[in-house]
Design a protein around this ligand. Sequence first.
Ligand SMILES: [Zn+2]
Length: 392
Amino acid sequence: MTIDEAPRDVLRGGPRELLRWVATGAAVSRADLSRLSGLSPSTVSQRVEALISQGLLEETGAGRSRGGRRPRQLAVPTGGAVVGAIDLGAHHARVGTLDLSGRVVQARTLPVRIEDGPEAVLGALLAEVTMLVGGDPAASADGSAADALRGIGIGIPGPVQHATGRIVSPSRMPGWNGFDVAAFCAGRVDVPVIVDNDANLMALGAHRTAHSELDHAVYIKAGTGIGSGVISSGRLHRGAQGSAGDISHCRVVADPAPPCTCGNAGCLEAVASGAALVTALRGQGVPVSDLTGVIRLIDDGDRQATALARQAGRAVGEILAVVVNFFNPQVVAIGGRLADCEPLLASMRATLYERCLPLATQTLLIERVAAGQDVGITGAAHLVIDHVVAAA
Ligand SMILES: [Zn+2]
């Protein structure tokens, strides 16, 4: 499932951008779209008709009159069509349905045992999406629920070859290496399934929710693992194989350098991920079983846990400084469960300012991802929406 993403300048007034303007409320009429895009009214009308015939836009009666005939208002349908989304984590999955504007219709969090393997885990999550669609009165309002589902976006907490939907060498996902998620899903559901890694989905969801006006952004996802997603010229930058933004195995200064799941030592993931913090604390004799326990200790001001969080923040800051100097983003945002960890955030920020060129940080926004627990499924939905619109 490849997505033909054109650079932003080519997209000006393209169907996806027209749809987005209506979805965000920036435009409610053909005249608005014409003004925003700079396209002629006839070109806008043609594109709007195509979107309406695909069920991606609808007309909702009369708008406010400006003297002449009252214009018909455009809207993104809130019933009749939904996209499914799965954001798989190490221990939980967020599953939901969203409308074609990217708004969450229904969502729930399910416990997951990743070690049960891909067939069991994905099979159960696909069944959950199907059940949500079936139980959604809006989706079954016109036509059957099955017809309402336009596609499913899936985020995987490991490297994904985006073009094929195959998982490649994930750490902490025993039994998943080489698994073809897209092919597995194609045998079970009759709609397009688009697969990407969880950091890319967080980046897309966060960017579309806030700062979609900024063209260059880096999103760090710091949870059990650690990764990043890159928005360049307004679109997700995946690189040649889909591994762009994977900072997990970049080497950081650490003494001693802890061994990493990849076989090297001193990788960012082995120093600064949630899993690394759990391992390091246990190594110091602190009886902690998971990331929740670590976060609780940090919140309580535990000396050992706080010191490790600061060290992790410096490590993230070191890698991020290279990224910022190289890429010159307008915003760097951190999400994931460690994003609320104040000592980590403070030392990341300090290291970033210390190591970056002043020109790169002068106007740089450094912030938390604000979109909350649905940011991943929002990103997954936008992958599907972009695909559906491109196909239309
Ligand atoms: Zn490594």
